[in-house]
Design a binder for this molecule. Structure first.
Ligand code: NAD
Length: 488
């Protein structure tokens, strides 16, 4: 029933009316204009989706060999490529982010499906004789029905990061997108059905977190919960997933440092550091939102970052020249602005941005906070907007101390002309990913995930497959005497 402006839930291979009866109006964050109406799932809808996933596992999908799952994942990647313009525009309008960024996200989503189509070949048990009289082999089995929850900042990319390994492992999925941003993943589920994924393998149930999301996490028919979102909600997910006990992985928030040493190639390091905060308008878990600068360079770097921040092209998300679109909503913008006001009160200097402009749309300007220390709230809390805090450090040890002085540990970038220093520091940074003289973050095949309060589990890599698989050990006796331990 899905028409251009009205979007149903996606359950058991088709778009369906919600039993909840609820449709919610979606507005484009960059213009405030109406984008369409989307169905919201209630408990009965989640029940139906979980039942469809279970039936798929018990039916044809549960018997589908890896070679066929691989073919389907490649076919879905092809379908995404064929529909890339539609998907990119849908995402840019729904999230308000620059279409130039979204095009890269569509390409990343495609590559992720292709990566897991190949990675299926690595799913294998092992076998070896033990102690001369025992023969053991193990087999890998899908963990079952995966309940997946994703946020609004990369609705398509985060959904595909979750779907691809689960489907490669042979699981069936019930995925809950954020209620503000359900459109791209609903379309991907349709494409998956068109290329041949059986009904019930992929089910999409948009809805509110504390009601629909919480119900999905607690559902006894769900075997594994994979969550991406804030650290606060991640804690709640852990509690909810404890009764009945489920496997859980959490991809949570970040406050990632960008370490800039005086011996770096500054002509690359400074503009790359500017990009590393403002792409996706700073609404990235791994945004390098703390720029740590060697003291001797500090004033010059603050001046240069300020100047470059003023050159970022902010505007219409659909204009290919735009580098930064709007934030997700005016409500979120208020939160971002609150952090900037807080930094002013904490005695930091706002060298550019920091003011809400008149006009429609949830726009916020690139904003630079110059702070003498790492203790202020703007340096400790995830702002999740286009705001970078620039902090000086005295030497290498001080840089490492400040880099690790937050509760998060998702990513860090190091800029230095000394390769040995780069590796030495990488070993001491408490985060799941470290870039040396390279600002990019997520690549299919390279594990992505957090230390500390940034969560646990890894995405995008072979390690992820194991999080959707059970290992079953089978053991048999190969000795000459019967076992009969009681001698009966
Ligand atoms: P959020 O935690 O508020 O919401 C994330 C998702 O969880 C949404 O779908 C929401 O509806 C759902 N949810 C909320 N409360 C729930 C509950 N009680 N039970 C079940 N589901 C619930 O986060 P957000 O503000 O939407 O997203 C931004 C956060 O996501 C940031 O902290 C960001 O760093 C993080 N993030 C992390 C990664 C990563 O890979 N580590 C990637 C993207 C975003």
């Amino acid at each position: 029933m899905a028409v251009a402006t009205e979007h149903g839930l996606f359950i058991d291979g088709e778009a369906v009316e919600p039993a909840s009866g609820e449709f919610r109006e979606l507005r484009e964050p960059a213009t405030g204009e109406e984008l369409g109406r989307a169905a919201m799932a209630g408990e009965a809808d989640v029940d139906r989706a979980v039942a469809a996933a279970r039936a798929a596992l018990d039916g044809a999908w549960g018997k589908t060999p890896g070679t066929e799952r691989s073919r389907l994942l490649h076919a879905l990647a092809d379908a995404i490529v064929a529909n890339r313009k539609e998907l990119a525009e849908l995402e840019a309008r729904n999230v308000g982010k620059a279409i130039s960024s979204v095009k890269a996200e569509v390409a990343g989503a495609t590559e992720n499906f292709r990566y897991y189509a190949s990675a299926i070949a690595s799913i294998a048990g092992r076998s070896n004789p033990i102690g001369g009289s025992l023969l053991f082999y193990s087999q890998k089995e899908p963990v079952g029905v995966a309940g997946q929850i994703v946020p609004w900042n990369y609705p398509m990319l985060m959904a595909t990061w979750k779907l691809a390994p689960a489907l490669a492992a042979g699981c069936a999925v019930v995925l809950k997108p954020d209620p503000q941003t359900p459109l791209s993943v609903l379309r991907i589920a349709e494409l998956a059905t068109e290329v041949g994924f059986p009904p019930g393998v992929i089910n999409i149930v948009p809805g509110d977190g504390p009601t629909t999301g919480s119900y999905l996490v607690r559902h006894p028919g769900v075997d594994k919960v994979a969550f991406t979102g804030s650290t606060r909600t991640g804690g709640e997910i852990m509690r909810l997933a404890s009764d009945p006990i489920k496997r859980v992985t959490l991809e949570l928030g970040g406050k990632s440092p960008n370490l800039l040493f005086a011996d770096a190639d500054l002509a690359d390091a400074i503009p790359s550091s500017v990009w590393a905060i403002y792409y996706s308008a700073g609404q990235s878990c791994e945004a390098r939102s703390r720029l740590l600068v060697e003291q001797s360079l500090y004033d010059d770097v603050v001046a240069k970052v300020t100047e470059l921040s003023q050159q970022i092209r902010v505007g219409d998300p659909l204009d290919p020249e735009t580098q930064m679109g709007s934030l997700i909503s005016t409500g979120h913008r208020e939160k971002v602005h609150g952090f900037v006001d807080g930094a002013r009160e904490d005695g930091a200097e706002i060298t550019t941005g920091g003011a809400i402009a008149d006009g429609p749309g949830a726009f916020y300007p690139p904003t630079v906070i110059a702070s003498s220390g790492n203790g202020i709230r703007a340096a400790q809390e995830e702002i999740f907007g286009p705001v970078v805090t620039v902090i000086p450090f005295a030497d290498e040890a001080d840089a490492i101390r400040i880099a690790n002085d937050v509760r998060y540990g998702l990513m860090a970038t190091i800029w230095t002309g000394s390769p040995t220093r780069g590796h030495r520091i990488a070993a001491k940074i408490k985060s799941g990913l470290v870039g040396i003289n390279m600002p990019y973050t997520a690549f299919p095949g390279i594990p992505f995930g957090g230390y500390k309060q940034s969560g646990f589990g890894r995405e995008l890599a072979l390690e992820t497959l194991d999080l959707y698989l059970e290992t079953k050990s089978v053991v048999t006796y190969t000795g000459t005497r019967p076992t009969n331990p009681f001698g009966l």
